[in-house]
Write a protein that binds this ligand. Structure first.
Ligand code: DNO
Length: 346
């Protein structure tokens, strides 16, 4: 296991030198952020990031994310050129020692929350999701908290209508087409792809979502057995669906999980949840059980603490402040040490 920390590049308010001081931190998870989706990442930008990490004494073995262009998800004719570009970015990242790329295949939106500052009893605040509130939103006039409004309303309309008739099967076939297109570059570069689950793991605004539970992964590995086709086990995303038994899934998926986002959530209703401290007692997911299942089933990937609360007066990027994620990292490192040592004694 290697403990890592997400770093939003030079614009991040958290300097690499602070991240380096978190005990047990091996490296950062980062990306080149300002290149339009679909274009090849310039080598000089990749090298610049890498040298900043080197200077700070941190590894740069995980990229989150190389985003997938909507035309690929839609299966449009332009996808072959875009997939070739993606493959070239993979090859370039391999040259500087990147080993794992986290990406998602969610149409239009990435993660969704309805509140970014829900007050908690201890005086902190955190992200939360209320299904009824989300359902009440009009997708054609959206102002979602935390969603970087990278589309104009017109672009959003066009995209939403392009997806109007898309079935889950078609979207899945487009994912398989994409993966088959990039697997040769992954083999060449020695990079594992790690698909992030849909967050939350259910359809949104009539858009299909396909990485939501155990069956999604069975289908995915059956369709693309190449071992470079792996996953990001995001406990907070998958765990929001009550039918997903996270301890069981951690065990079954351990070997194919090249990256794990170990995030805690607490259920607040059938499809409502709040984010909280990483510790088991803080929420609804058995973090100890998850780590134990991972270790005992051969997990050998990267881990990062995920969304933290705002604590100690910090007002960080939603989910990505320093303090609570640093606490989460230390807690998780402790769990891994204990479980790994106990399991070595068996
Ligand atoms: C949210 C993150 C996601 C994740 C992407 C991966 O905090 O976990 O935005 O980075 O879905 O492509």
């Amino acid at each position: 296991m290697k403990m890592t920390f997400r770093w939003y590049g030079e614009k991040d308010s958290i300097p690499l030198s602070f991240i380096r001081q978190i005990p047990g931190m091996s490296g950062v998870v980062t990306a080149v952020y300002d290149i339009p989706v679909g274009e090849v990442w310039p080598m000089d930008r990749i090298k610049r990031l890498k040298s900043l990490c080197d200077k700070a004494g941190l590894e740069m073995e995980v990229i989150e994310s190389v985003p997938v262009h909507e035309d690929i998800k839609l299966g449009r004719p332009t996808r072959d050129r875009l997939i070739a570009n993606y493959a070239e970015t993979i090859r370039r990242l391999g040259k500087v020692g990147v080993r794992c790329i986290c990406y998602n295949f969610m149409p239009v939106f990435d993660w969704l929350r309805t509140n970014l500052h829900t007050p908690r009893a201890d005086g902190s605040n955190a992200l939360s999701y209320c299904h009824e509130e989300l359902m009440a939103l009009d997708p054609h006039n959206l102002h979602l908290p935390g969603w970087d409004e990278s589309y104009t309303q017109d672009e959003l309309e066009t995209l939403l209508s392009a997806y109007a008739d898309m079935t889950h099967e078609q979207l899945f076939d487009n994912l398989v087409y994409f993966l088959n297109g990039i697997m040769p570059a992954c083999d060449e570069a020695g990079i594992n792809m790690a698909i992030h689950p849909d967050d939350p793991p259910w359809d949104m605004f009539g858009l299909p979502r396909i990485i939501t539970g155990p069956e999604s992964y069975e289908k995915l590995f059956a369709a693309v057995p190449d071992l470079h086709n792996g996953i990001t086990l995001c406990t907070g995303s998958l765990g929001a669906a009550r039918e997903n038994d996270m301890v069981k899934m951690a065990g079954t998926l351990a070997k194919r999980s090249y990256f794990a986002h170990l995030r805690q959530i607490g259920f607040a209703g059938e499809k409502d949840f709040f984010e909280c401290g990483h510790q088991t007692a803080e929420g609804s997911l058995d973090m100890y059980g998850i780590v134990k299942a991972l270790v005992e089933n051969g997990f050998d990937g990267y881990v990062r603490p995920d969304h933290g609360r705002n604590i100690w007066g910090e007002d960080g990027k939603p989910g990505y402040g320093l303090y609570d994620r640093a606490l989460g990292a230390c807690y998780l490192t402790g769990l891994f040490e204990a479980v790994e040592k106990a399991s070595a004694l068996k």
